[in-house]
Write a protein that binds this ligand. Structure first.
Ligand code: PRP
Length: 213
């Protein structure tokens, strides 16, 4: 398998956008186009490429351990997971913002250093933001989805989550209270692969970079 380059894709919309970009750069995978397939790994024998789909938070794990040479995942997940990988390219899609959100009344709670409760899928990002940037002590409660529910059912005061169009917030009577950082899809590379498969990996990075707007 050593002469193959293995690429971990984030399941869902990001995978489709990644494949569009890779196609533009001259890398293909016919097998991946079959949406009904339950296969987990897809190969292009001619180009010696292997692809697999993983849940976002698992992509940096596969790359850190060398199960994938390359991964494409959101910078939100890279920040949250904090894995030892090289981040080599900002791919410019999957753009959104990491924000502190809540009902308008919660705005006041962010002005003082009082203890508040934060619900989030991103406990590490939330902790870093409140402790190191705002110097505010917070109680963080990890959720796995539909985080907007937190303030609505009084599980917490505010949330830290990604905002893309803003429609989830709007439909639930919440607003952006502060921005933490912008988010976009990134290409990451395993540190050993970068040394051992330098030529092929650099070539892929170069060809993809040339296709970025
Ligand atoms: C994400 C995020 C917000 C929503 C933001 O959730 O957690 O809930 O998208 O998008 P918007 O600003 O365009 O409304 P996702 O769809 O990943 O599902 P989840 O609730 O399971 O996390």
């Amino acid at each position: 398998m050593n002469d193959y380059i293995t690429i971990a894709l984030t399941k869902g919309r990001l995978a489709d956008k990644t494949m569009q970009l890779l196609n533009k750069a001259g890398y293909y995978c016919e097998e991946l186009k079959d949406k009904g397939s339950r296969k987990l790994i897809f190969t292009n024998e001619e180009q010696k490429l292997r692809f697999f789909l993983a849940k976002g938070p698992d992509v940096p794990t596969y790359v850190e351990y060398g199960a994938a040479d390359i991964g494409v995942v959101g910078s939100d997940i890279i920040m949250e997971e904090n894995r030892r990988v090289y981040e080599v390219l900002d791919l410019g899609f999957g753009k959104c913002r990491m924000c502190v959100c809540g009902p308008d009344e919660a705005r006041e709670l962010l002005q003082h250093h009082e203890m508040i409760r934060v619900t989030s899928k991103y406990p590490n990002i939330a902790r870093d933001f409140f402790y190191n940037r705002k110097h505010q002590t917070v109680d963080i409660i990890k959720l796995n989805g539909s985080v907007e529910l937190g303030p609505i059912v009084s599980l917490g005061d505010v949330i830290v989550d990604i905002v893309e169009t803003g429609s989830t917030l709007k439909e639930n009577g919440l607003a952006v209270l502060e921005e933490v950082c912008p988010v976009s899809a990134r290409m990451i590379v395993n540190q050993v692969s970068m040394q051992m498969k330098t030529r092929r990996i650099r070539e892929i990075i170069g060809n993809v970079r040339d296709c970025l707007e």
